[in-house]
Structures are given as structure tokens and as C-alpha cells.
Write a protein that binds this ligand. Structure first.
Ligand code: 13P
Length: 259
């Protein structure tokens, strides 16, 4: 049975000192569970010091982005090669990067490759805008983004990736997708993985939901067999709220496994 992944995307919040204090708080509140993988994604600058401080049995670390070339004249960028050994996960293609920084499907594809090449797990974000949803284009958008991101991923590599369905309109808006809508989109993506890589790959891959998740609505997603976890933004910056989401993931995982 697939483990549940609860990933915290701190975005551009918490400087290195604040991140360290917050990790200390989280460490007191979050328990280690074998069936839940808890991934913390702080800013780039905080990664190195948190990697020394973190309880690796309890938490994994993730970067929020990377560049796809290993090294070279790319001022301001951090490569996947440089992240190797510090983080285990890298968020790729978050909508804030696609829409705020002009990241294209081609960039996402290169970054996915770079992360896999450097033996980390990409968390590939896909999702439609409000306009695309209103036009009935959700599945076309998901299909296009998933196809592009996985274009060079082989069947040997497919079990090393995570996909997060994050509808753009749900991010930071307080307007989360209903568990049914999230499951519908995630099932569509799983179907696409099946068509591309076969039934075993579709069964093994982790597909998460993200977008205005908090401790009140988390349980609706976590109770669904097809939804393998959550990518949490704002609510991951509150220790009580985030630890409650992790505990709910653990409780729901137990229930799912006895069903
Ligand atoms: P919010 O949980 O703040 O809506 O952000 C979701 C997100 O973008 C996680 O990557």
C-alpha cells in the first residue's frame, strides 16, 4: 500500500533563523509514523542548516525549485546537483513558478530530468486556472502538463516521482477543491500514468492534492483511497495545524489499510 505524503511548502516565508525555530517546534509536535512521509520545503538558504538540525527519521527535506543545468554561468540559480545530499525531494513546476516566473512545460521537463538524474524525487505540480476550469479545459490542461513533464521519464524512473494536483484557483484562496473534484482530477492523472507506463506504475505512483488545505478539510482528502497525501502551503506555517494534518494522515492511513 502506498504511504501517505504530507509536504509543507513554506514558500518565501521564514528566514533561516525562523525556520530553525519553527522546525524545533514541529519536532516537538509531530510524531514519526512509518506510513506517513513528512516533507518540509523551506527556502533555499535555510536548507543546509535545517539538514543538519532535522530529525531524519521524522522529516524529509525538499527544495521548492531548482535549475536543470548541473553548473555554469546561470547567475542566481541553484542546480539539482547542488541540492543532492541536502534534500530528498524537489518541487517542480509549482504554479507560482509557471505563472509568476514564466516557467514553461519545457523547463518543467528539464527540471524533472535533472532531479531524477541527481537521485532525488521531483514533486511535479500540475493544475488548471479558474478560467481553464470555467471553459471545461481541466483535463486537457492536466493531460498536457503531465505529458510534457514526463516526456523523458522512463518506466524505470516513473516510481521515483510524485505528482501534486494543485488547481491554481485553489492556491492561497481559501477555496479548496472538494475531495470529489480532487479525486476526479487525480484519477484522471492516474489513468494517464496507466496508459503511458502500465497498471503497476499507476498503482505505485503517489499523487497528492494541494490548494487551501488546512486541519479542518484535510480529512476529506486523506480518507480517499486515490489521494496519496497533501501539499500544504499556508497551513504548514502553523505548527499545531500542520502537526494535526500529519496525525490525521496517520489515522486515515490505518483505516485505509484495513478496508
Ligand atoms: P495553500 O495551501 O496556501 O493554498 O498553498 C498550496 C500550495 O501552493 C502548496 O504548494
Amino acid at each position: 500500500m502506498r504511504k501517505t505524503i504530507i509536504a509543507a511548502n513554506w514558500k518565501m516565508h521564514l528566514n533561516t533563523h525562523q525556520a530553525s525555530l519553527f522546525l524545533h517546534k514541529l519536532d516537538q509536535k509531530v510524531a514519526a509514523h512509518r506510513d506517513v512521509i513528512t516533507v518540509l520545503c523551506p527556502n533555499m538558504l535555510a536548507l543546509q542548516s535545517l539538514s543538519l538540525q532535522i530529525n531524519h527519521r521524522k522529516f524529509k527535506l525538499g527544495a521548492q525549485n531548482c535549475f536543470w543545468r548541473d553548473e555554469g554561468p546561470f547567475t542566481g540559480e541553484v542546480s539539482a546537483t547542488m541540492l543532492h545530499g541536502v534534500v530528498q525531494y524537489v518541487i517542480v513546476g509549482h504554479s507560482e513558478r509557471r505563472h509568476g516566473f514564466g516557467e514553461t512545460d519545457a523547463d518543467v521537463r528539464q527540471k524533472v530530468q535533472a532531479v531524477i538524474r541527481n537521485r532525488m524525487v521531483p514533486i511535479i505540480c500540475v493544475g488548471e486556472t479558474a478560467g481553464e476550469r470555467a471553459n471545461g479545459e481541466t483535463k486537457d490542461v492536466l493531460h498536457g502538463q503531465v505529458t510534457a513533464a514526463l516526456a523523458n521519464v522512463t518506466s524505470d524512473e516513473i516510481d521515483q516521482i510524485v505528482i501534486a494536483y494543485e488547481p491554481v484557483w485553489a492556491i492561497g484562496s481559501g477555496q479548496s477543491a472538494s475531495p470529489n473534484d480532487a479525486l476526479d482530477a487525480i484519477s484522471f492523472i492516474r489513468g494517464q500514468i496507466k496508459a503511458l507506463y502500465g497498471a503497476a506504475a499507476a498503482e505505485a505512483i503517489h499523487i497528492l492534492y494541494g490548494g487551501s488545505v488546512d486541519n479542518h478539510n484535510a480529512t476529506g482528502y486523506l480518507g480517499s483511497k486515490g489521494i496519496d497525501g497533501l501539499l500544504v502551503g499556508g497551513a504548514s506555517l502553523k505548527a499545531n495545524v500542520f502537526s494535526s494534518i500529519v496525525e490525521q494522515a496517520h489515522a486515515k492511513h490505518d483505516k485505509k489499510s484495513v478496508k
